[in-house]
Design a binder for this molecule. Sequence first.
Ligand SMILES: *[C@@H]1O[C@H](CO)[C@@H](O)[C@H](O)[C@H]1NC(C)=O
Ligand SMILES: *[C@@H]1O[C@H](CO)[C@@H](O)[C@H](O)[C@H]1NC(C)=O
Ligand SMILES: *[C@@H]1O[C@H](CO)[C@@H](O)[C@H](O)[C@H]1NC(C)=O
Ligand SMILES: *[C@@H]1O[C@H](CO)[C@@H](O)[C@H](O)[C@H]1NC(C)=O
Ligand SMILES: *[C@@H]1O[C@H](CO)[C@@H](O)[C@H](O)[C@H]1NC(C)=O
Length: 416
Amino acid sequence: MLPTTLTALLVLLLDIFLDRGRCQRPQSSRFEKSHQFELRHQHAVSPDARVVFSDVPSTVNLVYGNESSYSIDTQYMTSYRPSSFSAYNDARIRSMRHAQSAILPWYETEILGPNVEKRETLLELAKMTNNAYVTPDDSQWYELDENWSNPYPFGWEPDADGFRGHVFATSDNSTIILSIKGTSAAVWGSAGPTAKKDKLNDNLLFSCCCARIDWSWTTVCGCYRGGWKCHQDCLEQALVEDSLFYPLGTNLYNNLTYMYPASDIWIIGHSLGGAVASLLGVTFGVPAIAFESPGERLAARRLHLPSPPSTHHVTHIYHTADPIAMGTCNGILSSCALGGFAMETKCHLGKSIVYDTVSNLSWSVDIRKHGIVSVIEEILEKTWQPSENVGREVPLAAAEEDCVECYSWEFGDFPP
Ligand SMILES: *[C@@H]1O[C@H](CO)[C@@H](O)[C@H](O)[C@H]1NC(C)=O
Ligand SMILES: *[C@@H]1O[C@H](CO)[C@@H](O)[C@H](O)[C@H]1NC(C)=O
Ligand SMILES: *[C@@H]1O[C@H](CO)[C@@H](O)[C@H](O)[C@H]1NC(C)=O
Ligand SMILES: *[C@@H]1O[C@H](CO)[C@@H](O)[C@H](O)[C@H]1NC(C)=O
Ligand SMILES: *[C@@H]1O[C@H](CO)[C@@H](O)[C@H](O)[C@H]1NC(C)=O
């Protein structure tokens, strides 16, 4: 294994060789004009776990506020990309199967992303993550293959996998926004057909040890070893075998780049969808905005995602009264445990814009404040006084550097 500094040096050298045309942009021109997005497609997953799309006619609006177009301010940001997705995935598989640390070169690039210092931008993006999930009656679902120009009808499957959302595009297709839905658990709203799958995945990725809360719980994987001990390899295997979410996400992204080969792609999502958006943002080096996501740093490690020199092109937006984003939705009597969830992680990748609604609005911690509609109507649609007081529109984005989670657990090679 190469020491980090040496790896960084190699990356730097490669960067000088491969990226000499890059010019230093003056700070003042980092902010660029706004882009207009309109809804183009819905995406979903078929019962045999294939990504499918349907085109949304311009007369149908499935998104919060019924707006026909969404205006988003833009800004340049730095991101890191692997040389290719297959290089990235090979490194991931080597790490997962053979415990080999991956020496993956990363290329620094300047990319256009949403301007997350603007309240209106966050508001519009939040609206775009709030899908109504209405199925247009004549929805034509299709899969991408070399005959993509001939969409074939694909009936809506009530038991389809819990991975859905929308695709927005600018009129010239220069920028595409992929929006990924959140969890549809009974505990915080209507239990849609996707609730069961969502729950399994949430419990695998966002609990410390297979959602073991206490003796009365049936765990979602068999890695619990008594006391506060958990079998690490077992845990990683369970994620690889049971969690379709990350591979489905990378398939979805790759399908989208097939459809829009020349476009910039941004990824946004709420809740679990936000966590997936972040993981895909890290994988492909593209801007990702996540609202009220549970801590996904541990999930990235358990999935063996090679980690770039910086993940600051990922932005989290959440508030302190949301027990899911704060990782306080645990304990046998919590609303999450009562709904069959163990949401115990709290550390996020990238930078976080945290609204302290507990201190500044005197909110109490409440699962109902997790919903995106609450975030839209009670936070983002209003001016945020604590920020305005210091001449800003939104709280300052900061990395969660000293974050610690699952500290009462011991992970290792314990006998069954
Ligand atoms: C689209 O994703 C599916 C997986 O759902 C994959 O099998 C297929 O090869 C992808 N198609 C393209 C064109 O990327
Ligand atoms: C939503 O938009 C459609 C078409 O633009 C319109 O027919 C419909 O009345 C609108 N609904 C609401 C609630 O504004
Ligand atoms: C694509 O279309 C051609 C001609 O209609 C057909 O022969 C071929 O099997 C199709 N390929 C796939 C993958 O469906
Ligand atoms: C944008 O992409 C759509 C496919 O979703 C295509 O029908 C349209 O012609 C494209 N527009 C431009 C300007 O390339
Ligand atoms: C908001 O809360 C912070 C603590 O999180 C506090 O320092 C600040 O004074 C509060 N501002 C307002 C306007 O209440």
